[in-house]
Design a protein around this ligand. Sequence first.
Ligand SMILES: *[C@@H]1O[C@H](CO)[C@@H](O)[C@H](O)[C@H]1NC(C)=O
Ligand SMILES: *[C@@H]1O[C@H](CO)[C@@H](O)[C@H](O)[C@H]1NC(C)=O
Ligand SMILES: *[C@@H]1O[C@H](CO)[C@@H](O)[C@H](O)[C@H]1NC(C)=O
Length: 300
Amino acid sequence: MVRALPLVLLFLSFNNCHSGIIGGLFVEDIANKLVQQVLPRKLVLDPELALPFMACLRGKNREGNSYHMLCSATIIGKRHILTAAHCYYGLFGRHQREASKSRIKRETLEKLRIRVGDTMAGPGEFFEIDKIFLRPRSNYTNYDDIMVVQLKESITFDNLTKGIVKLARNVEPKPGMEYDVAGFGNHTNDGKNFDSPDTYTFNSIKVREDAFCKKFLRKREYCAGGEDQGTMGGDSGGPMYSRVKPRYQVGIIARGATEHKTLGDKAVLLDHGAYTKVAPYCDFIEKVTKGEVKCENVDW
Ligand SMILES: *[C@@H]1O[C@H](CO)[C@@H](O)[C@H](O)[C@H]1NC(C)=O
Ligand SMILES: *[C@@H]1O[C@H](CO)[C@@H](O)[C@H](O)[C@H]1NC(C)=O
Ligand SMILES: *[C@@H]1O[C@H](CO)[C@@H](O)[C@H](O)[C@H]1NC(C)=O
């Protein structure tokens, strides 16, 4: 259900839980049509569409020589990143109890990196993690799916490949509204698969009634998705944001389920996705970043 990618850290086994899609790029649906297994997305081919605030969370592989994609994230300040809390808790698999122990936490953070500035033109830069902030009283059985990451060093912005996304204090997505989502998840573009892509992809998405996600929606979350629009493994922690500039982030990709559907003679993937609302956490974000990150009121 969660949309983080599995990874085995050096000392812990990682749980194998991501979106429930298994197998090849296409499967036969009930109407014997070939259906894509992953949702289509757009690539950033025009600099106007670039999202310089995109970041990702990566974890050291067993050999210790490279960092695998775990989750998507956004740059919200010079040394602050916003992502989902399950991107941290999910690292511990069956050993979730360990997640709150300070020694284990420190050792885990040493194996994680944030990467920023990934574009079609080339890979970005890695940053080491100083601290993570979860909501007070969070534990592995009961947490809000939001996490602020503090970097050891500040990011130098050029605003083309690296820059911030603004946060809206007074906007809560409502059914019928349409936003964009972006992430480093597993998608297709023009029939080609983007399994563990080097760069993010994006697409527009509709906000839906809570009932559309009723089985897995938690407090301070909302639902979005639809036919061939949604999020997948690796997108977790990524943003839902306003398409018009300046772009404001309104949600964080949390979890979801994708099903195969036949509508008339058309086969589609129908995605039900849960997103953490950003606005209710503005005070939390401002507090843990000591005011380095501030939400703004927007008048859309
Ligand atoms: C991406 O999706 C394809 C097709 O379903 C699948 O074979 C592959 O394992 C997925 N990769 C990840 C990292 O989830
Ligand atoms: C986690 O937090 C919830 C709510 O605060 C609490 O009821 C529960 O006992 C906690 N669980 C653990 C394992 O600490
Ligand atoms: C990037 O944008 C911020 C405002 O959002 C501005 O303060 C900063 O000077 C810009 N940096 C560059 C290198 O253009």
